[in-house]
Design a protein around this ligand. Sequence first.
Ligand SMILES: [Zn+2]
Length: 103
Amino acid sequence: MMNGYGESAFVCDGCQVGVLLGVYTEPHNAKPGFFQLADAVKRNWANQPLSKSIWKFLAHHTGHPVGIRDAGGLRDYLLVGRDDTIESYINGWPSGAEEGSPR
Ligand SMILES: [Zn+2]
């Protein structure tokens, strides 16, 4: 359940790790709701390193219990964007032949 006020994160509760998404803005005037990192220069949707971190997270936690949580209640979780940098998390990923593949 999103609170709509604090920072939220996309997390795996099984591994207690996640990616910080920022503050959620409710849908308004037929525009969809969205998350935005407070200190980011770009909007989340245009933030390629953030996007890549989400894809890596999904690839590594396929089949795990994932969801969006209030980041304030995740003191024991390792969060990319809070406890680790996005650049460090995606460094070298994906590796090898899969990079650049359209499939
Ligand atoms: Zn996991």
